[in-house]
Design a protein around this ligand. Structure first.
Ligand code: FEO
Ligand code: CA
Ligand code: CA
Length: 636
């Protein structure tokens, strides 16, 4: 949650083109990128009022930024978790750990059944949130994005209805209580709030698209009741205490043995008879596109879950749009409007913002329960001039009847606009981005960061010419872009932006692919993805990239987590994950003395991992708890 007191904010210094602007025709040179980083710092130092006047108790946040006190670690390709000297880690929970009555110990010989999986933590833990219930007690909600069939099934394939039900049970969200006992956070099996939400849990569709003809199916003629959530990537946490889980690559779960008629929306969302090899449709007719052509319209939403009530019905909030959602970063604006920033992770897709119609009620949290049903959705256009590494931008409204979103353009009402959010974004002229992943808002300043993970289509496709925030063709490394809303007002439709970091390989390259000045041989990485601020304003970056440690990625090692100072631009490597994993999901205890980090799909594609148990164990996605041996604040 982020609150801002507008009266404490000074005017944001506008980027001065003559001083900071960088003109090149196609790609930024290394030298120019050095200038870009310098310009970014100048922007912040020049705006030190931004830091000093911010509503923060963190008095260390000056124009030098938050303290990053650990000694950075080297890249490696080990099959373990590596953390800095003075830190420790231990496994909190893994795929297959029982959390409900009837659950059984994970069986590596069978990898469980549909029933045992439904009582246990799902596969591929991703975004997660920590909800305190006291100093030593909490509930964690964590996404289970997808299943690694090479480990979920001994056969490696989903080839029956039993397999389908097991895979569906491995998806969704796991909710479980944790307690700190003797200084160690431990999963509480069978605690009261523990819950599994799967691809078959009943949910409600709400907001402007609920009940639309596009959401009606034979099984649900009302268009308001849907079974399940899947491919839940990253997350959000509302200030009224609910969990947001975001549906990403839902398209691949649908398929058909029959050929399908041409459908522009299916094409844009990647929905096809072929599917993505998940293979539920032969066994569960709900996923057969010929039988249920509207079923995919019921996925691609942000879903709100009350982690404090295991009997509550999750709600898909259609006002937030239907895309391949990454996370949902919730900010309470100074005037009380709730703003949600969201990325759509696909090459050439966009960045979105929702602004609630009603205001946040801090005195009566229950009164906020339907804030995400009514409001305005926007998509970002970055104003770019060739070669400039910073500039201005605007939020374009996605409201039926405005900006060309008319019946003639194919949008009969607001439900059409929301179900086909991507198509609407193109009509209004949104900027194509390099795969927008997580968005993170600074805890005390009106400043928002996004990871653009990579995009090998950049510069290769007509609608994806290189542009300011996406400045490199065949971008295999990714970048982090940030913006400041005009007047520090998150509801403003104008902003200024710059590039915080261009990832790259400065050993291999001397041009733009070396990265920005804050990328060095010591901290280099590729494909930034997870992104979150801690309370003190340290920016934590998680990677989901190429871990071959070879060719363009030589010297980067396994996927990792880094910590950045948003003021100085310094970036230090904090954690390296095991073989074949992605690092994703981050949550802190209230005292910030423990950080939970997701180790997703160790050993994917049969890479040689046995994490976390070693020996010849089946690798299992896990959440690890990281803390300092001296009990201090993580990162400080
Ligand atoms: Fe699930 Fe875009 O990562
Ligand atoms: Ca991701
Ligand atoms: Ca990713």
């Amino acid at each position: 949650m982020n609150t801002f007191d507008e009266n404490d904010q000074r005017n944001h210094p506008r980027p001065d083109d003559s001083e900071f602007g960088l003109m090149v025709n196609t790609l930024l040179s290394r030298r120019q990128l050095l200038g870009a980083a310098g310009a970014g710092m100048g922007l912040f130092l020049g705006g030190q009022g931004l830091v000093q006047a911010a509503t923060t108790a963190n008095t260390t946040a000056s124009n030098v930024g938050p303290r990053i006190g650990f000694t950075p670690i080297a890249a490696n390709s080990l099959d373990t978790v590596t953390v800095p000297a003075g830190y420790q880690w231990r496994v909190l929970a893994s795929w297959g750990d029982a959390i409900l009555p009837g659950g059984t110990t994970f069986d590596p010989a069978t990898r469980g059944t549909a029933i045992s999986q439904s009582f246990s933590i799902g596969d591929n833990n991703d975004g997660m949130s920590f909800f305190s219930l006291g100093a030593d007690h909490a509930v964690i909600a964590v996404n289970n994005e997808y299943a690694n069939y090479e480990y979920l099934f001994v056969s490696g394939r989903c080839s029956s209805i039993e397999d389908t039900r097991k895979a569906q049970a491995a998806h969704g969200v796991s909710v479980f209580e944790v307690r700190r006992i003797g200084g160690v956070w431990k999963l509480q099996p069978q605690a009261r709030l523990n819950r599994r939400i799967t691809a078959n849990t009943e949910m409600r569709l709400s907001g402007p698209a609920a009940g639309s003809a596009l959401l009606k199916t034979q099984a649900d003629p009302t268009g308001t009741v849907v079974l399940g959530t899947f491919n839940n990537c990253a997350n959000g946490r509302t200030p009224w205490g609910t969990y947001l889980t975001c549906e990403e690559n839902f398209n691949g779960y649908f398929g058909s043995a029959e050929s399908l008629p041409e459908n522009a929306a299916f094409k844009r969302y990647g929905i096809s008879a072929k599917g993505a090899g998940i293979n539920w449709h032969p066994f569960d007719g709900r996923f057969d596109l010929a039988k249920n052509p509207n079923e995919p319209n019921r996925f691609g939403w942000v879903v709100e879950i009350d982690p404090m009530d295991p009997t509550s019905t999750p709600i898909k909030r259609t006002a937030l749009g239907r895309v391949k959602h990454e996370n949902a970063e919730v900010v309470v604006n100074a005037d009380g409007h709730v703003v949600v920033y969201m990325g759509d992770d696909e090459k050439g897709e966009h960045i979105y913002k929702f602004v609630s119609a009603q205001k946040f009620n801090a005195k009566n949290l229950q009164a906020n329960r339907d804030l995400l049903d009514e409001g305005t959705l926007y998509v970002a256009r970055f104003t770019t001039v060739d070669g400039k590494a910073q500039g201005e931008g605007e939020w374009l409204e996605l409201t039926h009847g405005k900006n060309g979103l008319t019946a003639e353009a194919g949008f009969k009402d607001q439900a059409d606009v929301l179900v086909h959010t991507r198509l609407a974004a193109t009509v209004v002229g949104a900027t194509t981005m390099d795969r927008p992943e997580w968005i993170a808002a600074h805890p005390t300043q009106a400043q928002v960061y996004v990871t653009l993970t990579n995009n090998t289509d950049r510069g290769m496709k007509p609608n994806q010419a290189v542009n300011g925030p996406n400045p490199r063709a065949k971008n295999v490394y990714g970048q982090i872009v940030r913006w400041t809303p005009k007047g520090y007002d998150h509801t403003s439709n104008q902003f200024t932006w710059d590039i915080f970091a261009l990832a790259g390989n400065p050993i291999l390259h001397k041009d733009a692919y070396a990265g920005s000045a804050n990328i060095t041989p010591e901290n280099m990485f590729n494909s930034p993805d997870g992104l979150a601020f801690d309370r003190d304003g340290r920016l934590w970056i998680e990677t989901d990239g190429d871990y071959s440690n070879a060719n363009a990625f030589a010297g980067m090692g396994n996927n990792q987590m880094l910590c950045a100072n948003p003021v100085t631009g310094d970036i230090k490597r904090f954690l390296v994950g095991p073989v074949g994993c992605e690092i994703t999901g981050i949550a802190f205890t209230a005292d910030q003395k423990t950080m939970f980090v997701g180790i997703q799909h160790p050993g994917e594609k049969l890479t040689p991992s046995h994490f976390p148990h070693g020996g010849d164990a089946v690798p299992r996605s896990s959440i690890v708890a990281v803390s300092r041996r001296d009990g201090g604040v993580v990162g400080a």
